[in-house]
Design a protein around this ligand. Structure first.
Ligand SMILES: [Zn+2]
Length: 525
């Protein structure tokens, strides 16, 4: 039998080009959608999954993991390979069907545009109406346009859930939800304990904040509080607080160059994003994904960001967020074995990205980086703190909807999900369902189809962001424009890549295990 080093070298040699091709094909299909691009992507995904499905390699990985005398780097690589391979140990026909369906649904999302009065509108236009219009019926049309993708994809999303479940059950898991957590180093009981903790910590402050918001919003639209409906909010999913419930910073970004501010923010930390900026695709176009993401194409420096930038606070937050992922990818120690390059876990890279995304609401960022006048920032100071707190509360309640919904989706993909969705929205977000609405509004959320069982990483990410900020401030004496802070992130978080499990990395970097305490402190502040 070959040595374990030979096994690892062989798998890496075969995996690496397939992963690079998936990255390139994924980028192409999201930036220049076409039949050829979709076909290339399907081909690339299948080739990668075929390797990950190889039963002989998987058996060898399993056998080698039993050896307790291996050094830490070898064990870690075997663990990562084990988790990457296990989910793909399914029959070839199921695998092919999964890839075809996933590609189809994502392509529908990329090409679909809702309509208002028969006119095609993109997501930015819908959000513009919800942000600015005082006309209830017009807002309702915009909100309905945002949900109109739901019926287009709902059957496929249910079919995906059934297929993913079938694959998971063949492997001995309860369903895909259980498998996805187990193979991403997350414990389901611990996750739901954390969710309960967050639900408890946010219930009262969120209810109080929401009641105040409702009064303000009802006055604006001249309706009773009981007549408020989801389209009276600025975000179709209520993932973020409306301007009325926080502070609108959009006017600060009217003439801003968001690209330049992103560069300036990272320069202030001594982190260079220029190589990423030159490879990125930042502005809206037809036939392009309307979302935002960062992709590390080759774990060797080719990192790209996709955005649809407009001069607004939301896009400033998103730019800093995505470039947070990018510096994490870029600053990993490239002397590490290829399999250990990149973030320790989705939740650690989300945490870094979220920490960066919070900056546009920090007074020191507004004065130093955005060069807003001291007086103006001072006048906003209390509102900024309220806005950050509101953003955390609203986002936490939204994650409770998503994660609980996703567990239920996989528990029974044929359940009455339309009703369940609104039950959760009413319970956690305190948003009333429209009378008589029967529509798969849940399916309009792209994550369910394309990035399944991922949302918990955003919540853990928020916990990590708060914990990380405490650690950074303690070590560097500040964050914005502190090169020490950037160096700490690079050395303690980015450089180790995936050499440690996420929980160990967090403990090493911050001096304590991941805890909800720092987020709770941010909410109490
Ligand atoms: Zn992210």
């Amino acid at each position: 039998m070959r040595t374990v080093e030979d096994l690892l070298a062989d798998v890496e040699r075969r995996l690496r080009p397939l992963e690079v091709e998936v990255g390139e094909a994924w980028w192409e299909s999201n930036t220049r959608s076409s039949d050829a691009a979709e076909a290339r992507r399907t081909r690339a995904e299948l080739a990668l999954r075929e390797l990950l499905a190889d039963p002989d390699v998987f058996a060898e990985i399993r056998a080698r993991r039993a050896d307790t005398s291996l050094d830490a780097s070898v064990t870690r690589r075997l663990d990562l390979l084990h988790d990457a391979f296990i989910a793909h140990q399914v029959p070839a026909d199921v695998r092919r069907e999964l890839v075809a369906l996933e590609t189809k649904v994502e392509s529908t999302f990329n090409n679909f545009r809702g309509t208002i009065d028969g006119r095609r509108v993109d997501d930015n236009e819908i959000l513009e109406v919800l942000r600015t219009s005082d006309d209830g019926p017009e807002r309702r049309k915009a909100w309905e346009a945002a949900k109109s993708i739901g019926p287009e994809v709902a059957d496929d999303v249910r079919a995906l859930a059934r297929l993913r479940n079938q694959a998971a059950r063949d492997l001995g898991y309860r369903d895909h939800f259980a498998l996805a957590l187990a193979t991403s180093e997350l414990d389901e009981a611990r996750l739901f304990a954390t969710l309960d903790e967050v639900a408890d910590a946010t219930a009262a402050p969120f209810a109080a904040w929401k009641a105040e918001l409702d009064t303000t919003v009802a006055r604006r639209f001249d309706v009773a509080v009981t007549d408020l409906r989801p389209w009276h909010l600025d975000d179709p999913f209520f993932q973020a607080p409306p301007a009325a419930g926080a502070v609108s910073l959009d006017h600060l970004f009217d003439d801003a160059d968001l690209e330049a501010l992103t560069l300036r923010t990272y320069d202030g930390l001594g982190l260079d994003v220029r190589p990423v900026l030159t490879h990125s695709d930042l502005y809206a176009r037809d036939g392009k994904s309307q979302h935002a993401f960062c992709i590390d194409v080759d774990r060797d420096g080719d990192v790209r960001v996709l955005c649809n930038v407009e001069p607004s606070e939301r896009w400033m937050d998103t730019m800093l967020h995505e470039f947070g992922h990018a510096v994490y990818d870029r600053e990993c120690d490239r002397a590490l074995p290829w399999l250990l390059r990149g973030p320790a876990h989705a939740l650690t890279t989300e945490g870094v990205a979220m920490l960066m995304g919070r900056l546009p609401r920090r007074p020191e960022w507004l004065t130093r980086v955005a060069t807003i006048d001291d007086g103006e920032v001072d006048a906003l100071r209390d509102q900024l703190a309220d806005a950050q707190r509101a953003a955390l509360l609203v986002f936490a309640r939204w994650v409770l909807v998503m994660t609980n919904f996703e567990r239920a989706l996989y528990a029974d993909p044929d359940a009455d999900l339309d009703v369940l969705w609104w039950d959760l929205v009413e319970r956690y977000q305190l948003v009333r369902r429209p009378e008589g609405r029967r529509a798969p509004d849940w399916a309009a959320k792209i994550h369910l189809a394309v990035v399944p069982v991922y949302y918990q990483n955003y919540l853990y990410g928020e916990l990590f962001a708060s914990q990380l900020e405490t650690a950074i401030t303690r070590r560097a004496g500040g964050f914005v424009d502190h090169r020490e802070a950037g160096r700490f992130l690079a050395d303690a978080v980015f450089a180790p890549g995936a050499a440690h499990r996420w929980d160990r990395l967090i403990e090493r970097a911050t001096g304590e295990p991941l805890t909800a305490a720092h987020l709770a402190a941010d909410l109490a502040a």
